[in-house]
Ligand binder design. Structure first.
Ligand code: DI6
Ligand code: FE
Length: 399
């Protein structure tokens, strides 16, 4: 069979089936950016390609997927970090008008071009580690114009770099000052004005909310979910990060793609997520940076068969992290994920968390030819090392 590109002499972690789906002496073939064959060299004898690459026995994984980021924002919060170091808590800073609201002001003040410009170095850091798809949330504009601007900036990232971008509308991230004391009306505004405008412009691929004491209540989040569903948009939720409001359970009951954070998740939440196939996205960067000590219930998630994803949560307040490899290391070091779980967490399960597992996340015929080729002896090195990047080459859509 003829194809455009052929990679030979690779050790391939396909992520097909359970575990890493390893094929020793593997071959990958792509045509028009899509994988037409991924398997053993002995089954690939009749493939001929315009370009052939000898991988020299290197490991090949699917291109990595960062399925939870807030890459688009204005300003930075390094000064608040100094306050944190001086003893203030995240919630105290937020209640005093800092936190998300301070980033909101900087985001509102920035132009779309400025938002793109400030996000590109963060995106480049992810790309340099083999990331081929990234989810980007709004949530720092908190008005129709500035949320739209943020999502447009997120979409524009895909024009500036060879990377897949999915966008998530997070209008229910924080209560903007002009709605102070009236969160219910802000939620009504989101459901009746913001979300319809954003959906009409096709700016969002999903809808998210922050279900928390300092965010929005389960009742308010439920209204956002209903509006998202009316507009045909899948939902996700920041849930059980700082307390247990049973957000994950509600999200799962609404068929959420993922519930994220989950340190305070309880058994009922796990059961609901297992029943609906909702992905548990763990965000160890936020756990680390906020010096959380409550661990997400990994053992129970595993026992219930809930798919686990891992992401950076790159944001200026609680996870100023632009390394997916570090997120994998932290997920294993802090949360005791196995190497296979950490790797599946940034490939096939991250794809599921974005509703894209029919297109990306594993190496099999019919999926996009997004590859990361690594200078490593064994996959564990990708998780074990701290601050080391063994990426040899990144391939997106076969190029
Ligand atoms: N959870 C978080 O950890 C971030 N947002 C959220 O919903 C924090 C965002 C910030 O502090 O800027
Ligand atoms: Fe987040």
């Amino acid at each position: 069979m003829r194809c455009d590109n052929l990679w030979r002499n690779a050790r391939v972690a396909t992520m097909v089936g359970a575990g890493l789906g390893i094929v020793e002496d593997g071959v990958l073939a792509a045509r028009d950016g899509v994988i037409v064959f991924a398997g053993s060299a002995c089954d690939a004898a009749d493939f001929a390609a315009e370009r052939e690459v000898d991988c020299g026995g290197r490991w090949v994984t699917p291109g990595l997927i960062d399925c939870h980021t807030h890459l688009i924002y204005g300003g930075d919060r390094a000064a608040e970090f100094e306050q944190l170091l001086a003893g203030a808590t995240y919630e105290e800073i937020a209640r005093a008008g800092g936190g998300i609201v301070s980033t909101m002001l900087a985001t509102r003040a920035a132009s779309e071009a400025e938002l793109v410009k400030s996000a590109l170095p963060r995106l480049d850091a992810l790309i340099a580690e083999g990331v081929t798809t990234v989810e980007v949330k709004s949530g720092y504009g908190l008005s129709t114009d500035t949320e739209s601007k943020s999502l447009r900036a997120a979409r524009a990232l895909a024009d500036r770099r060879d990377v897949g971008v999915t966008t998530t509308f997070l209008g229910a991230h924080a209560l903007p000052p002009e709605w102070a004391g009236d969160a219910d009306s802000y939620i009504t505004f989101i459901c009746d004005e913001m979300l319809p405008a954003i959906a009409a412009e096709g700016l969002a691929d999903a809808v998210d909310a922050f279900c928390e004491g300092i965010g929005f209540s389960p009742e308010q989040v439920t209204r956002v979910f209903a509006a998202a569903t009316r507009h045909g948009l899948p939902i996700k939720l920041h849930a059980e990060q700082l307390s247990n409001l049973h957000g994950a359970q509600i999200a799962a009951q609404h068929g959420a793609l993922s519930a994220d954070h989950l340190e305070w998740l309880d058994d009922a939440g796990i059961e609901a997520m297992a029943a609906s196939g909702t992905v548990a996205t763990l965000l160890p960067g936020a756990y680390y940076f906020t010096r959380e000590t409550k661990l997400p219930p990994v053992e129970a998630l595993r026992a219930a068969g809930v798919p686990i994803a891992v992401a950076t949560d790159c944001n200026p307040g609680t996870s100023p992290m632009t390394s997916i490899l570090l997120a994998m290391n932290m997920a294993s070091t802090c949360f005791r994920l196995t190497v296979d779980e950490a790797l599946r967490g940034v490939t096939i399960n991250a794809a599921r968390a974005l509703g894209l597992s029919d297109r990306i996340g594993s190496l099999e015929a019919g999926k996009a030819c997004d590859l990361a080729i690594w200078d490593i002896e064994r996959p564990a090195e990708l998780v074990y090392r701290i601050g080391f990047n063994p990426l040899h080459q990144r391939i997106r859509n076969g190029r």
